[in-house]
Design a binder for this molecule. Structure first.
Ligand SMILES: Cc1cc2nc3c(=O)[nH]c(=O)nc-3n(C[C@H](O)[C@H](O)[C@H](O)COP(=O)(O)OP(=O)(O)OC[C@H]3O[C@@H](n4cnc5c(N)ncnc54)[C@H](O)[C@@H]3O)c2cc1C
Length: 467
């Protein structure tokens, strides 16, 4: 741990301690720059949301030791286009996609190890590189590499504002364990993530409902740097009101629950609100195409709570959450265990069962098991809930990240509202991901954008600092 002093000049200052930050720091140091990384979290919690990740989406023209078949630029682009509905900067997106083809050897040379795709991970064995030991192992390897290279890291230190004058950062104001300080650097990379952990900011758009949101990742993603830059005339990108959210177990901790709180049981259940009423087609499409809408659907329900109800036929069809389900031999008893009105839930299940039409169940495809004459319908995997024991999970909206960010060019330079590129300010990772992911999400894209732009930002920041 080094002390923050205003006298020591750095070539490159990196704000944040997640994947994008470490990729930028390592690249800048390899280019010959002196580098300081400022991470708000304490050392034990370093690594932001990146430490919760498992994989990264890469274009590749032949199979590797852990990736099957091929994944061409055109298919990657089509996948991105379809999830964003065209809300993407094509030039930056295609550049990112092509650059992912170089990532495997780059990451491996800096300590990353890979493994074949995990089971139950939404069929990603062809498209996504899985990190052995997950994101935490990856980040620990990067930190070790960084320290070996002489990169300095300070923890427990929040960057509070950047002095930006005519597109030039002159100084950076920080609070280090309660002590204010000013840091100077020739170039700055901001990689401090989104603002999803700032419940007050979310409340501006969602009102009191925001109090019931669960933040899947780091509590340090409060968006202070993002807010400060936007207030100083940096061009915004992405819808400030929107976020990526999935259904998580309502018993998850408020922050940092990570991947194990996700619930993938929706297609094999009915989902009811706090009054025991269904509200959306649980079988609308294959789960990888629908899991990311369920956070918002639950967020829009009264009290931001919902319950997945199923019977024993469905128990083994999905990866369970880390919490056990409520289990009962009757729907009425199950309602009691979940705090629902027994008569209301019994009536919902009875009406649903009556609406189920005969079909051949197949969890792997869009099967013909559907309901008839009920609203909302369940268009696939609809089977009567009639075989005890009955199971239930409480659901809450689990926010992964917000979409608002800063606009950048292909050199990761931050752009001002007047179109001018900042001379010595660069951005990488979630804080600029909205340039490419204007809406929607495909698995592994967050780490792809962070790694590609982290490397670009580190290279360009070092160039500015050293010349
Ligand atoms: C549970 C979960 C699973 C995920 N799984 C995947 C996956 O498998 N693949 C994938 O591609 N994406 C995944 N994502 C998304 C992925 O985590 C992000 O896209 C990616 O980690 C963003 O990296 P980043 O470096 O920009 O941000 P982060 O890793 O969040 O890092 C931001 C850093 O900035 C620090 N910070 C914030 N504000 C300040 C400040 N003012 N001063 C100093 N430091 C500050 C934080 O402490 C943190 O270290 C997942 C997200 C979650 C929550």
């Amino acid at each position: 741990m080094i002390a923050i002093t205003s006298s020591r000049p750095y070539d490159v200052l990196v704000v944040g301690g997640g994947n994008a930050a470490l990729c930028a720091a390592i690249t800048a140091r390899e280019s010959g720059a002196t580098v300081l990384v400022i991470e708000h979290a304490p050392k034990a919690l370093r690594g932001g949301n990146s430490r919760h990740t498992r994989n990264l989406r890469v274009m590749h023209e032949k199979p590797t030791a852990t990736l099957t078949e091929t994944y061409a630029e055109s298919e990657y682009w089509d996948d991105l286009w379809s999830v964003t509905g065209g809300k993407t900067d094509e030039r930056l997106a295609r550049m990112t996609i092509r650059a992912t083809s170089e990532l495997l050897p780059w990451m491996a040379a800096r300590g990353a190890h890979f493994q074949p795709s995990l089971e139950g991970t939404l069929s990603l064995s062809r498209t996504n590189l899985f990190f052995l030991g997950g994101g935490r192992a990856l980040l620990n390897a990067y930190y070790e590499t960084a320290e070996r290279m002489g990169i300095e890291v300070v923890y427990d230190t929040e960057v509070q504002s950047l002095g930006l004058v005519d597109g030039l950062v002159r100084e950076v104001h920080v609070m280090s364990m309660g002590v204010p300080a000013t840091v100077r650097a020739r170039a700055v990379v901001v990689s401090s993530g989104g603002f999803q952990a700032n419940i007050n900011w979310l409340r501006q758009y969602w009102g009191d409902a925001a109090d019931n949101f669960i933040v899947r990742g780091t509590p340090y993603a409060r968006g202070l740097v993002l807010r400060n830059l936007l207030d100083q005339g940096v061009a915004p990108v992405g819808d400030p009101t929107q976020f990526h959210a999935i259904a998580v177990d309502a018993r998850a901790p408020k922050f940092d629950g990570g991947i194990v709180t996700r619930l993938d049981c929706v297609p094999f259940s009915i989902v009811v609100d706090h009054q025991g009423a269904r509200f959306y087609d649980e079988g609308e499409d294959l789960w990888p195409k629908r899991y990311a809408i369920w956070g918002r659907l639950v967020a829009q329900r009264p009290k931001q709570i919902a319950y997945a109800i199923m019977d024993s036929k469905s128990e083994k069809l999905f990866m369970p959450s880390v919490f056990p389900p409520a289990v009962a031999d009757s729907i009425g008893d199950l309602a009691g265990k979940l705090g629902l009105d027994a008569m209301a839930l019994e009536m919902t299940v009875r009406r649903f069962n009556d609406a189920v039409r005969p079909g051949t169940f197949n969890s792997e495809v869009l099967d013909d098991c559907r309901t008839d004459a009920i609203s909302p319908p369940k268009t696939h995997w609809a089977r009567a809930i009639d075989k005890p024991p009955f199971l239930g999970y409480p659901l809450r909206p689990g926010i992964t990240f917000t979409y608002l960010g800063v606009k950048v060019d292909e050199n990761a330079r931050v752009l001002l509202e007047n179109g001018q590129a900042c001379a010595n300010l660069f951005a990488a990772g979630e804080i600029m991901a909205g340039n490419i992911l204007g809406e929607g999400y495909i698995a592994g894209m967050g780490m792809a954008i962070g790694t590609v732009f982290g490397r670009i930002a580190g290279r360009e920041a070092a160039k500015v600092a050293l010349h």
